[in-house]
Design a protein around this ligand. Structure first.
Ligand code: ADP
Length: 297
């Protein structure tokens, strides 16, 4: 097969591993920076160009589109879909997953358990907003944040009030969420491929830190999931329409609570922690599913 990896950086661990795995399985693979692709979108002769070359004959695309280039990256991916190329995650599902509000609303509507969460932009009654999620302690998040930046634990009612007021001053969209204390500064990353969780790790924040992000000094270990956790991860992926994703959840007293579904989950942490060749599993998945329709249009 001729496979394209859409990624801005061919030196990233995930890109390198996918190239290695595809090559080892006998495929012709290249990494294309989506921001450098340009397209003819007319119905007669849709095409994608890259460095002066007309990209032809690709059988499959593995999108690894960073959040900062979602708009253009998904447009390039959509163009591959127009040209009937198999895509590992489709453009519509990726776009949906990048909208935290829409994703949470969709997951909740379909019965996935989430932490009690409120969204706000400019609440005219902060007290009511705080009451809505059960009062302090609570977690306040900037909707646009990532890697734990803009995620604040407000331990008291007054702190919550001040933080919400401060974020309002920034004209930001915020999430106000019940604090899952019993997670004890950890969360679970489930790596879903198709209808299976192929690996899972528990990330633990460093001492005194409630955020478990590895970028913030957290550590990760392989974890055994309960059947309920496994089912929740697979169901969340299915609802989002993603063949490959990282489902992040908190272990709460009332069972797993899904926080986020990531459509471009990194391979480095999960492969190293779980000692699994996930890149090859992804290539195998493409081999098995190449004839199935994957269009997000
Ligand atoms: P980001 O997407 O920026 O990583 P998250 O929403 O995943 O932000 O939050 C970062 C970390 O903070 C999570 O991985 C988790 O460890 C912790 N966390 C987030 N929300 C809650 C919550 N409601 N209760 C307890 N811990 C939380």
């Amino acid at each position: 097969m001729k496979i394209a990896i859409l990624s801005r950086d061919s030196t990233l661990y995930s890109s390198v591993r996918l190239v290695e795995a595809a090559t080892a399985r006998g495929h012709d693979v290249s990494v294309l920076d989506p921001t450098h692709c340009y397209m003819n979108i007319t119905s007669m002769k849709p095409s994608i160009h890259y460095q002066g070359e007309n990209l032809l004959g690709y059988d499959a695309v593995i999108p690894r589109i960073g959040a900062s280039i979602t708009f253009y990256g998904t447009a390039v991916l959509r163009q591959f879909e127009v040209m009937n190329t198999f895509v590992l995650n489709n453009s519509a599902a990726i776009s949906r997953s990048r909208d935290k509000l829409a994703s949470s609303q969709l997951l909740a509507r379909k019965g996935i358990d989430l932490p009690i969460t409120a969204f706000a932009h400019n609440p005219d009654n902060i007290e009511d907003l705080i009451d809505e999620v059960g009062g302090a302690p609570l977690v306040i998040k900037l909707v646009e944040g990532s890697q734990g930046v803009g995620v604040v634990l407000a331990e008291t009612h007054n702190a919550a009030h001040s933080v919400i007021q401060a974020f309002m001053g920034l004209n930001a969209n915020i999430m106000v969420q019940e604090f899952i204390k019993e997670a004890e500064g950890s969360d679970i990353r489930c790596f879903v491929l198709g209808d299976k969780v192929v690996a899972a790790m528990k990330r633990q924040g460093r001492e005194g830190e409630f955020r478990s992000n590895l970028h913030r000094g957290g550590t990760a270990t392989q974890v055994r999931l309960s059947p309920q956790e496994r089912a929740a991860a697979v169901q969340a992926a299915k609802i989002m329409g993603l063949s490959v994703c990282g489902v992040d959840m908190l272990r709460s007293n009332r069972g797993p609570l899904v926080m986020e579904v990531n459509s471009s989950p990194g391979l480095e942490g999960i492969e190293k922690v779980c000692g699994k060749d996930i890149a090859s599993l992804m290539i195998e998945f493409i081999e098995k599913n190449i004839n199935k329709v994957s269009c997000g249009l």
